[in-house]
Design a protein around this ligand. Structure first.
Ligand SMILES: Cc1ncc(COP(=O)(O)O)c(C=O)c1O
Length: 447
């Protein structure tokens, strides 16, 4: 062992001590402790992995990021995972890649993308930012997903893609959606930001479409602090995605897929020997060739170091999310007369992001009363993201088409909310949540 390795090990030992003393789990005090809708679930291994990356001080996209990409791709059984600095960036890259020059049947400005009105803002934003036209469909109230019965009606000669979020981890009707896309030669983007590990017909969501996007914000199934990823089985799309993420440049010394990459020192034998356009000097460094108008959406290596540890924990996170969801479902079933509980597709196996609840319109209470009651009891609630996004101030005036009236999207915006199922919630917290629902209905003389 070198002196450097010994010193590093000593630092990391201190980090573990620090974790044990400063991040010890606090006792849950009913009514006093916050029952979060989501949160970071981590241990000393996550903390020391991050510190280890800090001590290496590479900082930007590097070895950890490359390793995370490999593991994440392998988890999904695809060739390519492209790590980004957020799920929103992943969506931006995914949509932007479809407009790349040279892409067979690629999109052009003014083309249409079918998507649900009940959505997250940055699922729609990249469609608008790329001068494409979103075509909004209504959702189903119980699944909160796009209502596939409207797909055919939405079709026009300009339709080129379908972009669907699996809302709160609940897989969409992938049989209908993939059939539709295949039949009409449409690209399919799955916003899987809330749905890591969810399956439809035994297949992981995110792998049905041309592109699957993910978020690693702390509220999500695993966290990198901030972070996101795009997965694809299509090598051409993968190359465009990397390019767009990395300033639009064609070549990177970290490009593992490049057939010219010299794995020993990361330098390319063709670095100073241009074969391309005469507009570029022949000896121009390949690292400064920009084939696309790109962004810089790269993550830090420190984030990726955390991601590697989080991915190891995912099987236990998944079990806990499912258990918490099932316990809440069982406990709330008795209030079905007043609350619409979530439903999944017949072939779906969701790993729920959260537990959605829709208050049926009734004469005894409304959503606001129930939400305020829960918040007063220290149980966090959230709305279903943007609701009907067309009612949001930033989206009211966007160029779009809507298919029919978006009445379910409006209904969900007015009547629904969600509470947590994240693995940081133990049986005690779930029991407490159910007790508070019972209390609410008792006070309304409805229990
Ligand atoms: C469906 C969906 N898409 C995209 C995002 C954006 O992800 P990020 O917060 O990492 O930018 C989120 C975030 O929660 C989301 O829920």
């Amino acid at each position: 062992m070198t002196k450097k390795t010994i010193r590093k090990a000593a630092c990391l030992k201190q980090v573990i001590e620090y974790y044990k003393h400063s991040h010890a789990k606090k006792e849950f005090v009913p009514g006093k402790s916050l029952v979060q809708y989501a949160g970071r679930v981590y241990n000393e291994k996550d903390m020391s992995a991050m510190v280890s990356a800090v001590l290496d001080f590479w900082l930007t996209y590097g070895e950890y990021a490359m390793q995370f990409e490999k593991l994440f791709a392998r988890f999904h059984g695809v060739e390519n995972a492209i790590l980004t600095n957020s799920g929103s960036s992943a969506n931006l890259l995914a949509i932007s890649a479809l407009l790349a020059r040279n892409l067979k049947n690629g999109l052009n400005p003014q083309d249409e993308v079918i998507t649900p009105a009940l959505t997250f803002p940055t699922t729609v934003a990249p469609i608008v930012q790329n001068n494409l036209v979103p075509v909004f469909l209504d959702c189903e109230v119980e699944t909160l997903n796009i209502d596939v019965t409207y797909l055919k009606k939405a079709l026009s000669p300009r339709t080129k893609a379908v972009c669907i979020p699996h809302t709160l981890g609940n897989p969409c009707n992938m049989a209908a959606i993939t059939d539709f896309c295949r039949k009409h030669h449409l690209f399919l983007i799955e916003d899987t930001c809330d749905a890591l590990g969810s399956k439809y017909g035994k297949k992981l969501v995110g792998t049905f479409g041309d592109l699957g996007t993910f978020s690693f914000y702390p509220a999500h199934h695993i966290t990198l602090g901030e972070g996101g990823a795009v997965i694809t089985a299509n090598p051409q799309l993968a190359q465009v995605l990397r390019c767009l993420r990395d300033w639009g440049r064609t070549c990177s010394t970290h490009c593992t897929s490049c057939r010219y990459a010299d794995k020993r020192d990361g330098h390319c034998a063709f670095r100073f020997s241009q074969k391309g356009s005469h507009a570029m000097p022949r000896d121009y460094d390949k690292r400064y060739v920009f084939s696309y108008i790109g962004y810089n959406l790269k993550p830090l290596d420190i984030q990726a170091a955390l991601g590697i540890e989080q991915l190891k924990k995912f099987p236990s996170f998944k079990r806990k999310r499912i258990d918490n969801f099932n316990s809440l479902y069982k406990g709330l079933l008795r209030y079905r007369e007043f609350l619409i509980l979530p439903r999944n597709e017949r072939h779906a196996e969701p790993v729920w992001f959260a537990f959605p609840i829709t208050v049926r319109k009734n004469k005894w209470f409304n959503r606001k009363e129930l939400v305020l009651f829960l918040e007063r009891k220290k149980i966090e609630t959230r709305m279903i993201f943007a609701g009907n996004v067309l009612r949001q101030p930033g989206f009211r005036h966007i160029r779009h088409r809507s298919i029919g009236v978006l009445k379910n999207s409006d209904y969900v915006m007015e009547q629904s909310f969600f509470i947590g199922v994240y693995p940081g919630l133990g049986d005690t917290q779930i029991k407490y949540i159910l007790e508070q629902f019972n209390q609410f209905f008792k006070e309304k003389a409805l229990a």
